[in-house]
Ligand binder design. Structure first.
Ligand code: SF4
Length: 947
């Protein structure tokens, strides 16, 4: 074969990229704005000549991408096309002692303009022709599309009320009008929205159990101040590209980086210590480290006495906390006792949910014993032995969790565990970064509780550069008001916003009135029966999860969840997500919930698996074609503008406009048919005939008012006080926040804020002695709910992962890829060229050899539920017994449309169904069963006869 010279190769590459540039012209159609004049571009040479010219530079970001980041970009616009994007650098250092936030961006963002003109783009409203999923569509007008949807919605709402519809709202939300539009519309028609946090398996349940907060995090420049950073099931070189530089900078400063992951991932490369833990055994590793810390006296006793429930007394007869109600008639069930070793008596601890003293500080002179065994007399006259949680913990750690015991369980040597524990405990500030990867095991809650225990024993929670962090957002109260309040009268709403700031519970309750817990919604309507089966869950549950689910639903612990046997929704609208891809067992959802629906609508800028199985596609504007703001992540405490740089391609429209126009059509259709008040799924009356007027608040926020709606959000949010669109445009597209806004829900920082300091979470609890939002008011490691006691999970412990999907020899793991954020870039040409270009599974080279599998062979990965075919990549970086597949391939990229998600039974965990225990109750993004997939068991075999 003739060899290419380097010059020939480069010339070819440039020509290819220019031809790609021509693709944009084909989409945008500005080639000949005036037919009387010659065309602006005739071929690739014209594109080449104008390559470095532009008409203007706009500010942009990638609003509807759930990348857990936020990055400001300059967009170079010429002839109505964004030709390229370049990182803007408006970020400054919090102060001179830490690095700044520049540069922010990633490889996906750098080709986002290519994605918007790619072959998956939807340019016009489309209607299905032939069977669902058949891939045949016809173009229709917006008038036809909205008319058909409005007719079916009015039919359904009149006949069944709001429960006849559902909005599958995915995680690709922003904090501006486009996301609010869907929430406002569904709130006003009284139909439920599925809460995506549990559905995608991103809920850090162990955080809720221990801290009352699933999400807690600071800014990423605070990582720089750590002396020991543990990347626990976290691969920031791939999944948090804009923030990963802080880790490298911390390492230059002398910090030790520890990577805990089964595989040698792209972040392990940069670590000082890599612990290749067996999948699902992370709790055993954390607890063994805790054992070393306690046995060697490396724990911070004074911190534990004040900040945790470890000095609380537990009864030996029933394993329950000793409560005020045990000690005196009429005493509270939510006030707890400690042993004052200074005076040798029982004392009630302040700060719990039932206490009238809202502080963690014990009265002067009281010294709670960490370790004691006493006998106390109860109000009933009975005497009972009690001892502290810490005493029980120390005993269990010594009995079950020594490094020698953990070594065969985790696959990590006792020496390495000791080294890790000592390094962590002796660091001035040690940090566990446990992000969304840690949420995807059946026993993730136990893993996270054990990780938090390690950070707490060493006094790190609430410390600069220390703690346990799971990711957090900054809530914009103006967004909630725009979504939930019908009247958008500014003086009235300013008052409400001020109240909301003081009442985070109120904000959460408002959200909860529209959300349904999605995992339960799909367990009932989506054919996910496997998730309840005994064979997929904790072997202690002989009858599986079903009986517990029934008890939870009968007790009303999930008031918004549908009852088993409830009639399925007739209209499904999917937006900012891709439920058939991102849900485990999405194939079952397709065959049940989707199969029963009369109308399925997907609002999207690209064709996804969900769209492929819809009836009508509504083309949404891409991120450079509409105005919005990126969700605000705590990592970078800035608000970032996504301006409208160009007109939407084809017939695409911003979501705000789509829903405003749909509201008008539904209102008109209801009026025409005499349908007035319908019943919302939560029991509220909905005036359907006035929907258009209600949505726009009497025309003040009509279809064209996206910019006004965004200005409203910025004006009404405490975090963006004083920041308006003009300031954002003038200052590089991103401006540092004025405050951290309301706390609660996905916002879990609870600290004072300064624009000249990195953000450290949980300081309010440690420095101001504010009680934690838990039943005990402390970091709560002991949970005495009967279901926790029954399952032996009252304390953090390790349990072997269940054999999900059957008794097969290998465990299938996953994680986000470097080349896509969810499915969006999965079929993007530039990104595909950086990898295999089709679904690929990684497995250990020895496992591959044993099965006769060579590089790039097609393999079948199967278990009791399903099977899929992909390419194989044998690798030394993968643990023996592990099969790794990166996240988010679309089913249509697999042979036969069968994906790895179809093998994940995602069993529901019983303890996550509890709803009657202080802080353990259902709440939006707070506590609900989390979908999981990392315990899925599989076998892999070579496929013969396929190429
Ligand atoms: Fe930043 Fe996300 Fe855009 Fe990447 S996709 S550049 S991480 S905003």
């Amino acid at each position: 074969m003739a060899q290419l010279t380097r010059r020939q190769f480069l010339v070819g590459s440039v020509a290819a990229s220019l031809v790609l540039g021509l693709d944009r012209l084909a989409f945008a159609g500005p080639l000949r704005p005036d037919r009387a004049k010659p065309p602006l571009y005739t071929d690739w040479r014209d594109v080449y000549r104008k390559r470095w010219t532009w008409d203007r530079v706009a500010r942009g970001t990638h609003t509807n991408v759930n990348c857990v980041s936020s990055c400001a970009w300059n967009l170079y616009v010429r002839d109505g096309i964004v030709w390229r994007e370049e990182q803007s650098s408006p970020y400054v250092a919090s102060n001179a002692s830490v690095p700044d936030f520049n540069p922010r961006g990633c490889n996906k963002g750098a080709c986002a303009s290519d994605l918007l003109t790619g072959p998956s783009r939807i340019l016009h409203p489309m209607k299905r022709v032939g069977p669902r999923g058949g891939g045949r569509w016809k173009r229709i007008s917006w008038d036809e599309a909205l008319g058909e949807i409005a007719r079916e919605m009015v039919d359904t709402l009149a006949a069944r009320g709001g429960e006849g519809m559902v909005c599958e709202l995915g995680p690709e939300v922003d904090f501006g009008p486009n996301t609010v539009a869907a929430m406002r519309f569904f709130r006003q028609v009284g139909a439920p929205i599925t809460d995506s946090m549990g559905q995608i398996g991103d809920l850090p349940i162990g955080g809720t159990i221990t801290l009352g907060l699933p999400h807690t995090e600071g800014s990423s420049d605070d990582w720089f101040r750590s002396d020991c950073i543990v990347l626990w099931a976290f691969n920031p070189s791939v999944t948090r590209i804009p923030d990963a530089h802080f880790l490298n900078e911390a390492r230059y400063r002398g910090a030790k980086i520890v990577s805990i992951a089964p595989d040698w991932n792209q972040s392990s490369l940069h670590a000082d210590l890599w612990l290749p833990v067996k999948p699902g055994s992370d709790a055993a590793l954390a607890l063994a480290a805790c054992q070393v810390v306690v046995a060697e006296g490396l724990h911070d006793a004074d911190y534990l006495r004040e900040q945790t429930d470890l000095p609380f007394l537990v009864r030996s007869d029933d394993g329950r906390f000793l409560r005020e109600s045990d000690l005196k008639a009429g005493g509270s069930d939510s006030v707890f006792a400690v042993w004052d070793e200074a005076r040798g008596r029982v004392v009630l601890a302040p700060g719990s949910q039932g206490s009238t003293n809202p502080s963690l500080t014990f009265p002067a002179g009281v010294k709670p014993a960490l370790e004691t065994k006493q006998t106390v007399k109860l109000v009933s006259g009975k005497s009972v032995a009690v001892r502290t949680v810490f005493a029980q913990l120390r005993e269990r750690l010594a009995r079950d969790h020594t490094p020698e015991q953990a070594a065969p369980v985790t696959g990590v040597s006792a020496t390495a565990i000791r080294r890790f524990a000592r390094t962590f405990a002796r660091s001035k500030a040690a940090l566990i970064l446990s992000q969304y990867g840690s949420c995807k095991n059946y026993h993730s809650d136990l893993i996270q509780r054990s990780q938090i225990l390690l950070a707490s024993l060493t006094g790190n929670l609430g410390r600069a550069g220390g703690g346990w962090r799971s990711g957090a957002y900054i809530a914009l109260d103006g967004m909630g008001l725009l979504a939930m309040q019908e009247k958008l009268d500014l003086p009235h709403l300013a008052l409400l916003a001020a109240k909301a700031k003081l009442d985070p519970e109120g904000v959460r309750r408002a959200f909860e009135s529209v959300y349904v817990p999605s995992t339960l919604f799909h367990a009932v309507h989506g054919g996910l029966g496997e998730s309840l089966e005994a064979r997929n869950g904790d072997p202690k549950l002989a009858d599986g999860t079903g009986p517990y689910l029934k008890k939870a639903l009968d007790a009303g612990w999930f008031p918004m969840a549908p009852k088993p046997g409830a009639e399925s929704p007739r209209v499904i609208l999917s937006i900012m997500g891709n439920v058939l891809r991102h849900s485990r067992m999405g194939d079952r959802i397709k065959d049940t919930l989707f199969a029963k629906a009369k109308l399925i609508v997907d609002v999207n800028f690209r064709i996804s698996e969900t769209g492929r199985n819809a009836d009508i596609l509504l083309p949404a504007a891409g991120w450079y074609e509409k105005i919005g703001i990126k969700y605000v992540v705590s990592f970078v405490p800035y608000v970032t503008l996504g301006d409208r740089a160009v007109q939407p391609l084809g017939d695409a429209k911003p979501e705000w406009e789509i829903f405003a126009r749909l509201a008008e059509r539904v209102g008109a259709e209801a009026t025409r048919r005499g349908v007035g008040i319908t019943r919302g799924f939560n029991g509220e009356d909905c005036d359907l005939a006035r929907l258009g007027e209600r949505f726009s608040d009497g025309g003040r926020f009509g279809p064209e008012a996206q910019e006004e709606a965004l200005a409203f959000v910025l004006k009404l949010s405490s975090a963006t006080k004083g920041i308006d669109l003009a300031k954002l445009r003038a200052e590089g597209g991103a401006v540092r926040l004025a405050s951290l806004g309301p706390q609660g829900g996905t916002a879990g920082i609870f600290s004072e804020y300064s624009q000249s300091e990195p953000v450290v979470p949980l300081r309010d609890f440690v420095e101001k002695k504010q009680p934690y939002p838990t039943l005990t008011g402390r970091q709560q490691f002991y949970v005495d709910h009967p279901w926790f006691l029954e399952l032996g999970e009252e304390l953090p412990t390790h349990k072997e992962p269940p054999a999900v999907g059957g008794d097969h020899p290998m465990t299938m793991t996953g994680g986000h890829a470097r080349w896509s954020v969810h499915a969006m870039w999965r079929d993007q040409g530039l990104m595909l060229r950086l990898q295999r270009g089709e679904p690929v599974v990684y497995l250990n080279a020895a496992d591959a050899r044993q099965r006769g599998i060579r590089d790039h062979d097609l393999v079948r990965v199967r278990n009791d539920l399903s099977a899929f075919v992909a390419r194989a990549k044998p690798s030394g970086a993968i643990r023996p017994g592990q099969v790794h597949i990166f996240h988010a391939w679309e089913p249509y990229q697999f042979r036969g449309f069968a994906t790895h998600q179809h093998l994940a039974a995602s069993p529901l965990k019983v303890t996550q169904l509890v709803g009657d225990y202080g802080h353990l109750k259902w709440g939006y993004a707070h506590y609900e069963p989390n979908q999981t997939d990392r315990d899925t068991r599989v076998e892999v075999e070579r496929v013969e006869g396929l190429a």
